[in-house]
Write a protein that binds this ligand. Structure first.
Ligand code: NAG
Ligand code: NAG
Ligand code: NAG
Ligand code: NAG
Ligand code: NAG
Ligand code: NAG
Ligand code: NAG
Length: 523
């Protein structure tokens, strides 16, 4: 009777042992792979661009506005500059605007893409601008005038004098190369430019502008134009963009594959420089912690190119451990420092250069059809040579002038990011032009913009909650593993004990069992 019980127990302990080993293996698989898979699937579900995902509605219509700040370089010694002195600049700003963004979905492509138009809308934020108002008067380098004149001067220098006469009629009060203007008109409302006049050259200028209509010009109801720096952004949609939705591969989420139906920006005439890389900076894929990208790319239609920020490391932001990326020298480096940038070199910028600019500059001529030069604010990361032109007012400072982004690795959400860009134009000494015959030649900044966002408290809390959930999953994983190990150990011990029992049993059996021996085994 008793021997039978032992045999049965022994049988069960074997099953128990087998089950526990199976459970252990299952737990190991789940802990090392399965849980992660489930979690990743869930994250993907939330971040991919699909009607019902958490991200989608926020992406279509941003729940809160971005901050768009403008800093103007007021020229405080214009008369002296006209006589050849070094410029003294005083930075005024920020003039803060709220930028609202909305996307119109045009359709979905076969390869996991969505096609959309992007609409921005600006409103002045008087409170955030402090004491500054849009009625402030500033003196800035006359961007539109110089753009027109330099274009002519580069193509047909002999015509510059004649065209200049026409420009004197076109632009009001054109005494020198500086524009005295209300901030409101410079940014959005516009300066009226008149095409009324019997001057043939004026007809030529107006005809050319009418034909090409650069973004900074808009037709007036009368026979003329308005010039302003940003109103085109407020009026018109940009796009269409074609973006990957991240349903097939979440690590491709947000990658733009075409802009205005082109996969390569044609103006650079080059596969590398024209390549559209990265997102529109509103959305990034989650970061795979075992393969953290060294660079994040964004595509900037305003400068017709992609640009990248380089990984610096992990940093805390809003109590979330994020990856911090920052713009580096090589993105805007001269070709001597970064050979890859050679294709951004363009002739026609200036008679004084071979078309390859100094460190830290980007020629916008191919992009905007105007001889504008982009840089980081205050020529941060730019050539020292650029700074020598000024008496004062240009002070590059990493904290104030770099461009960066903090990305939450689990979701790819931008915790905080700032994009900064300065617009410059060459002030060129030209003897035959009365307005320019005394000025020193150099690259003159007009203003710089900062576009930035940080997630509001509500989304911070959401992220904290999901990170907490993830840490619970992590705990659950270890708990499961621990339980499995404990059970396996118990099963092993039990099997070992049973085997030992059975052994003593079988020995007893061979030797002839005695009741006392069996009792001993029981205890
Ligand atoms: C998402 O929206 C598009 C366009 O409105 C529609 O064609 C598609 O069926 C929707 N998908 C889902 C899963 O609802
Ligand atoms: C800009 O500088 C001019 C002098 O050139 C000055 O009259 C004007 O008040 C300054 N503008 C602001 C907003 O400080
Ligand atoms: C989708 O991808 C396939 C294979 O990569 C390609 O041949 C096809 O042209 C793509 N379709 C579109 C509309 O981009
Ligand atoms: C942008 O355009 C809207 C009308 O479309 C206008 O109400 C608003 O004032 C404009 N913003 C600025 C800063 O001029
Ligand atoms: C685009 O991205 C690829 C890698 O993703 C990189 O090799 C290439 O240099 C980038 N091109 C530009 C113009 O940034
Ligand atoms: C950040 O997290 C720590 C510990 O999790 C907490 O003690 C601290 O209060 C948090 N700080 C903020 C600003 O939320
Ligand atoms: C630059 O100028 C040359 C002639 O000097 C002209 O052939 C070329 O098209 C111009 N390039 C651009 C981008 O305007």
């Amino acid at each position: 009777m008793k021997t039978q019980v032992f045999t049965m127990l022994g049988k069960h302990s074997k099953i128990f042992f087998a089950a526990s080993i199976g459970f252990l293996i299952l737990a190991i698989v789940l802990a090392s792979w399965g849980f992660q898979k489930v979690v990743n699937k869930q994250i993907q579900k939330n971040v991919q661009l699909e009607n019902n995902s958490m991200m989608f509605d926020k992406w279509v219509k941003m729940p809160m506005p971005l901050e768009f700040k403008v800093y103007v370089f007021n020229v405080t010694n214009a008369d002296e500059v006209n006589a050849g002195a070094k410029p003294v600049l005083s930075e005024i700003g920020p003039y803060v605007y709220k930028q609202y963004r909305e996307r119109t979905i045009l359709g979905y492509g076969p390869n996991d893409t969505v096609k959309y138009m992007l609409k921005k809308h600006f409103e002045f934020d008087a409170e955030a601008s402090g004491g500054l108002t849009e009625d402030d008067e500033v003196t800035v380098v006359h961007f539109a005038y110089l753009a027109a004149l330099l274009t002519v001067h580069d193509m047909m220098p002999s015509l510059a004098g004649v065209i200049n006469k026409a420009l004197e009629q076109f632009f009001p009060n054109l005494e020198d190369a500086f524009l005295r203007v209300k901030v409101r008109d410079l940014f959005f409302d516009g300066i009226y430019l008149s095409c009324d006049g019997d001057n043939a050259a004026l007809g030529l200028v107006c005809g050319k502008i009418r034909a090409e209509t650069p973004p900074t010009m808009r037709k007036a109801d009368t026979n003329g134009f308005y010039f302003s720096m940003f109103s085109h952004m407020n009026r018109s949609e940009s796009g269409p963009y074609e973006m990957i939705r991240g349903r097939d591969n979440v690590y491709d989420l947000g990658r733009i594959i075409s802009y205005q139906d082109k996969e390569i920006m044609p103006m650079w005439g080059d596969q590398y420089c024209g390549r559209i890389n990265g997102s529109d900076s509103s959305i990034f894929p989650p970061i795979d912690e075992s393969n953290v990208p060294k660079r994040v790319y964004t595509f900037e239609p305003d400068i017709c190119r992609s640009i990248y920020a380089e990984l610096v490391g992990k940093r805390e932001m809003f109590n979330i451990s994020a990856y911090y990326y920052e713009i580096s020298e090589s993105a805007l480096a001269a070709k001597s420092a970064n050979k890859d940038n050679k294709c951004f070199c363009r002739k026609n910028w200036s008679a004084n250069h071979d078309g390859c600019l100094l460190m830290g500059l980007l020629n916008l001529m191919p992009c905007q059809g105007a001889p504008a030069i982009a840089s980081l604010p205050h020529f941060y990361l730019g050539s020292e040579e650029l700074l020598e032109y000024f008496k004062s007012g240009i002070n590059p400072d990493k904290e104030k002038h770099n461009t960066f982004v903090y990305i939450d690795p689990t979701t790819g959400v931008v915790l905080k990011g700032l994009k900064r860009l300065q617009f410059n134009i060459e002030l060129r000494n030209i003897d035959s032009i009365p307005q320019l015959k005394g000025v020193p030649t150099g690259l003159f900044p007009m203003l710089w913009i900062e576009e930035g966002a940080e997630i509001p408290k509500s989304i911070q809390d959401e992220l904290h909650a999901s990170h907490k959930l993830l840490s619970y999953v992590e705990v659950a994983k270890w708990l499961l593993l621990t339980i499995a190990i404990v059970i396996a150990v118990v099963a092993t011990v039990s099997v070992a004990r049973n085997t030992a029992l059975r052994n003593s049993n079988s020995v007893s059996f061979i030797l002839g069992p005695s009741v006392t021996e069996v009792n001993k085994g029981l205890h």
